[in-house]
Design a protein around this ligand. Structure first.
Ligand code: ACO
Length: 380
């Protein structure tokens, strides 16, 4: 193998590829801002509809601006019948694969399909944000032999998602929980899925193609797939007293504990706190305190020494327990992450289009050089 002569930044760790006004992250102290606003204020005081506006327009909306974006979201929830037919054809596939295919189909049918202007991209971003919960819930019901539930224009984004999933109006508390979950997942800098979306946009491909790329990247267990894996782990552990030996066994065998660690955060992921308290409250309310107890034990006791290496809980750690306690099946955990992230993907594509440069890094070749081509019939 040839010796490396270039400085290689494997995994693009620590590389700044561009500037952004989408979000600011200080991983050393665990700080996250969307468009300048602290995630803690947004999680406690805002709504997902307001975050959609903030991300896509760059400032907090006044009342009439908020009403306008909210109305556009509510009006765009329906799916074309062609897409519903596709969902039926692939009903037995994993919801993340169905979502990827569904968004791709929506892209083919979108009235602004090949228009990458700011206005059209914003319109498409709002439409995809509104349609994705309908896609996910329609597929879930079809695979269970049920009819999809039509969107309810009276309900907000989060409430309508739960309504279309379960077929009954959700409680106020659960609607708020889902709203906070969408808020804290909406945008997160140059994470793997947003970067994938940006790469697509950098070729001047369309928003739907970029979002399809983002969905494909998000599904991996080292990214959005972690929430599903955390809940499976909690179920395998079964009781808090088993957590220590379970985690040690994994780590000694070179495995990772899902829901811990982050490329950027070397302190606690600021989004985690908004789900930790809610996970505790919900487990008590549902009479199933064991799930929170197992997770809290893992975080506070078993994984505490790993903080010295910068490994803290991330946003996915408590998310799975909340979805589980709300009765949401575990293969819908990643699609829920995707629902929240559409505005962030859209914004990053808008930034890319606004000042485009093709994203095309280099890889240093370390294979053999100038080999002699041997004809097929002469090869051993
Ligand atoms: N459990 C145990 N050890 C870990 C974990 C973990 N979850 N995460 C990192 N480490 C260890 C690594 O093994 C490595 O140890 P070493 O130096 O002895 O080899 C060290 O910490 C540094 O890890 P890196 O590989 O440099 O971290 P990287 O930035 O590449 O990875 C990642 C970040 C992929 C998120 C990683 O922490 C991980 O796999 N976590 C589990 C999956 C997860 O929760 N993903 C969700 C992330 S948040 C999100 O996407 C929304």
């Amino acid at each position: 193998m040839e010796a490396k002569t270039q400085q290689i930044h494997r995994g693009l760790r620590g590389v700044y590829a561009d500037t952004t006004t989408a979000s600011f992250i200080d991983g050393q102290v665990g700080k996250l801002l969307y468009r300048g606003y602290n995630i803690h204020d947004l999680a406690e005081k805002s709504t997902f509809e307001e975050i959609v506006y903030l991300l896509l327009y760059g400032h907090l909306p006044n009342r009439s601006q908020l009403d306008e974006v909210d109305a556009a979201l509510r009006e765009s929830r329906e799916l074309p019948p062609e897409v519903l037919s596709i969902l039926t054809l692939i009903k037995d596939c994993h919801p993340m694969d169905v979502l990827r295919t569904g968004v791709s189909a929506l892209g083919s049918l979108d009235p602004d399909a090949n228009d990458n202007s700011v206005e059209a991209t914003r319109r498409k971003g709002i439409r995809i944000t509104a349609q994705v919960p309908t896609l996910v819930t329609a597929h879930h019901r079809i695979r269970n032999g049920l009819d999809p539930v039509a969107p309810d224009p009276e309900l907000n984004h989060a409430g309508n998602f739960l309504y279309m999933l379960f077929g009954q109006r959700p409680q106020e508390e659960e609607m708020k929980l889902m709203d906070v979950d969408f808020i804290i997942h909406a945008e997160h800098g140059s994470n793997a899925s947003s970067f994938a979306a940006r790469v697509a946009a950098s070729t001047v491909s369309d928003l739907h193609s970029a979002v399809v790329g983002g969905i494909g990247v998000l599904k991996g267990p080292w990214h959005g797939g972690a929430a599903e894996a955390v809940m499976k782990m909690a179920q395998d552990i079964g009781r808090p007293e088993n957590a220590e030996s379970y985690a040690r066994n994994l780590i000694e065998n070179g495995k990772r504990i899902m829901g811990f660690g982050h490329r950027v955060y070397k302190a606690e992921d600021p989004r985690a706190r908004h789900l930790r308290d809610r996970s505790e409250a919900l487990s008590l309310k549902k009479g199933q305190p064991q799930w929170f107890q197992i997770l809290a034990h893992l975080e506070q006791k078993v994984m505490r020494p790993y903080r010295d290496k910068g490994i803290y809980v991330n946003v996915d750690f408590y998310a799975g327990s909340i979805y589980y306690l709300m009765g949401i099946p575990d293969d819908l955990f990643v699609p829920i992450f995707a629902m929240g992230r559409i505005p962030g993907w859209t914004l990053q594509c808008m930034e890319q289009y606004a000042d485009n440069i093709l994203i095309r890094p280099l890889t240093e070749y370390t294979g053999p050089m100038d080999l002699e081509y041997v004809a097929l019939e002469e090869r051993a």
